[in-house]
Design a protein around this ligand. Structure first.
Ligand code: WTA
Length: 652
């Protein structure tokens, strides 16, 4: 494994020749982006169509107490017009979205830019008819179907702020998000087929709306035609309405700094935060990173297998590709249905040129054996990408050999919901890769490694610490919805003057960055970001649970698994059936992605004398790493640790 990680994969020569950016150009552009950010980003901003061009470029400060991020602040544009209308003159008949349904027997759809324009306009008119106005919030709780993209773009067209909630979240989680952003409307579908099974989205939305204002309307896309309950006056049949409204809808001029969307993400404490992204800076950054990181060329078919419920789907299924006039593929299903060859069957069928997925999917498919890949024609693939969690060198090498067949550069892209787009990633024509390293910063991004104890910048090339960013970039989040204070505290308080990522990082002697994982109480489970505090609060909400502490532990396929230590109420006996009950409970409180992989009954939790749970110790026990427990002398009752270890060992 160590050897694999140390192998350098040079840029294939033929790739460099045709690439947008080769090594010399990367060096030159990177330098320019740091020396003269206004000049550099001023130029890059021109990749969009502006209704009123900006005269200012960067106006940002990371100073704690005064954090303020603005880019292109006096520019006026419309994001949907940039993703659709401006392409009509040259690409009206080009496919904008390829839709591949869950069931491979059902026909795929090819939606042209002309059709996309009409669908989005009609959808926007449906929203307007419901009284949705500029600045209003719209929650989108949808399957991976084209209507999800229409809904997002329709909001952008009329200046409404969308907040997509992943369809795997439970009614409670959905209700919390609807209430936090004060949404006027929820857009959902009847049911969502995935892997041959259906999720009842509309009935989840019904359950969520019981906890929301009765003014919230529910717009339903009848996707499968399955029967659902229907509340007259509240529920709206989107497709029927779309057929009756006008096919055109003017794109509303928006300020560059007007919010485009809110996306809830987990942090180390409290409830998920509503990450707010802007219109202008976000789109410049999404479009630019999509073009350069994937070396996207006109006519290529690009496939990002993420869900639109995550930031990856926002930036690299919808906004980045469409801003670039690309053909973007949307897949409704899962990698293992009807069999473990589905991803590769789709690459073959739709002649995919760039494929972008999560390490967890690669590991799961790797476990099924290479025959599932080998039987498909993957000769159209030019580049592969990964995102969401560190990739282990074995998975990287398998991806390279079996999917890329040794021809395709792999871009391991490090970024976050908060960053809007790629921050550290190889540019495929410029930067040699190493399995497991995200390599070098994108243009305008200045990563620094800080000493976690005192926050000073570690300037030696080869070093290790926590990852922070020195200056702003256009795709940076602007605030936490409704709580600018929390935004500042989360990202700018601990290490003054920097944006703190929450990730640990090593820089090697070549200046390549290796992300080592979160250093806070956030875990990455199958590439899904989860706050341990959220799972804990779900657990303690159960009547039989007195206390709970949740940590991540290494999991062979998921990357990290969820390990829950649970202390029961007095008089409640632990049992396997109670374990299943608690698992089911967390599924309904948050969603299936938060279900604990392991529950350990804990008669007591290790706490300091001031009552703080020592998670470091719990992490070590979950990892079966008892030798490195460190200092336990500050514990109120050190004997609980022995007891936990004994229980852990007994379970084998
Ligand atoms: C992790 C997903 C290692 C990291 C775009 C980060 C990664 C968190 C990588 C953000 C990568 C993302 N290598 N770790 N290439 N990409 N991460 O907000 O811990 O869902 O902080 O955004 O995922 O997750 P989020």
């Amino acid at each position: 494994m160590a050897d694999q990680a140390h192998t350098i994969h040079p840029v294939p020569e033929a790739f460099a020749t045709g690439a947008h950016v080769d090594a010399a150009r990367y060096a030159e552009m990177y330098q320019a982006s740091i020396d003269d950010p206004d000049g550099f980003w001023g130029e890059q901003g021109k990749r969009l169509d502006w209704i009123k061009p900006y005269t200012k470029v960067q106006n940002t400060t990371f100073e704690f107490g005064k954090v303020d991020i603005r880019w292109y602040e006096d520019g006026v544009l419309n994001v949907a017009a940039n993703c659709i209308d401006r392409h009509l003159a040259t690409r009206a008949e080009q496919t904008a979205i390829i839709f591949e349904p869950d069931n491979p027997e059902d026909p795929a759809q090819h939606i042209t830019y002309r059709e996309l324009h009409e669908k989005v306009c009609r959808f926007a008119n449906v929203l307007l008819a419901q009284g949705v106005m500029r600045g209003d919030r719209v929650v989108i709780y949808m399957p991976m179907i084209p209507e999800a993209a229409y809904a997002m773009l329709a909001c952008a067209r009329i200046g409404a702020i969308h907040s997509v909630v992943f369809a795997g979240f439970s009614p409670d989680a959905l209700a919390n998000r609807i209430n936090d952003c004060g949404a006027k409307v929820v857009i959902t579908a009847d049911t969502a087929p995935r892997g041959g099974r259906k999720t009842a989205l509309k009935s989840n939305a019904d359950a969520a709306l019981l906890h929301c204002s009765d003014k919230v309307r529910c717009l339903v896309v009848k996707h499968t035609g399955d029967q659902t309950t229907w509340i007259e006056g509240r529920d709206v049949d989107v497709k029927a309405q779309m057929a009756s409204v006008a096919p055109d809808c003017p794109a509303r001029p928006m300020n560059a700094e007007d919010p485009l969307f809110i996306l809830y993400t987990s942090g180390s404490t409290g409830r998920p935060k509503g990450v707010v992204h802007s219109s202008g800076g976000y789109l410049v950054f999404a479009a630019m990173t999509h073009q350069y990181t994937f070396d996207y060329h006109d006519g290529d078919v690009f496939w990002c297998s993420a869900d639109v419920g995550w930031v990856t789907g926002h930036s690299y299924i919808v906004y980045g590709p469409l801003a670039n006039g690309a053909t973007t593929l949307m897949f409704e299903g899962v990698p293992t249905y009807p069999d473990a060859g589905r991803f590769w069957a789709i690459c073959d069928k739709h002649k995919v040129n760039q494929f972008y997925t999560a390490p967890t999917a690669i590991r799961a498919l790797m476990g099924q054996g290479p025959e599932w890949v080998d039987k498909y024609d993957l000769s159209t693939l030019k580049l592969l990408g990964t995102v969401g969690e560190p990739i282990n060198p074995e998975a990287w090498v398998w991806y390279d050999e079996h999917v890329g067949r040794g021809r395709c550069p792999i871009v391991d892209t490090w970024w976050q919901t908060e960053t809007g787009g790629h921050m550290i990633t190889p540019l495929p024509g410029a930067i040699p890769t190493k399995p497991g390293s995200a390599t070098k910063p994108f243009f305008g991004v200045q990563p620094v490694i800080l000493d976690p104890t005192d926050g000073h910048e570690l300037t030696e090339t080869a070093t290790e610490g926590v990852l922070a960013i020195k200056d702003s970039w256009p795709g940076q989040m602007r605030t936490v919805w409704g709580d600018h204070e929390r935004f500042q505290k989360t990202y700018f308080e601990q290490y003054k003057g920097y944006y703190f990522s929450g990730d640990g990082c090593r820089r090697d002697a070549d200046g390549d960055y290796w992300i080592t994982g979160r250093v806070d109480d956030v875990i990455n489970v199958s590439g899904h970001r989860m706050g341990t505090a959220e799972v804990e609060s779900a657990l303690v909400a159960h009547a039989k649970v007195a206390e709970a502490a949740v940590v991540g532990y290494p999991h062979p396929v998921k990357g990290q698994g969820i390990y829950a230590y649970v202390t029961l109420m007095n008089g409640i006996d632990p049992s396997d059936s109670l374990k299943s009950e608690l698992e089911g409970w967390v599924r309904t409180e948050i969603g299936p992605i938060a279900k604990p992989d392991l529950i350990q009954w804990a008669p007591g939790l290790p706490k300091t004398r001031s009552g703080k749970i020592m998670r470091r110790i719990l992490r070590k026990i979950a990892e079966n790493d008892y030798g490195a427990l460190g200092d336990t002398s500050t514990l109120a009752d050190p004997s609980v640790v022995d007891e936990l270890i004994e229980n852990r060992m007994n379970r084998g």
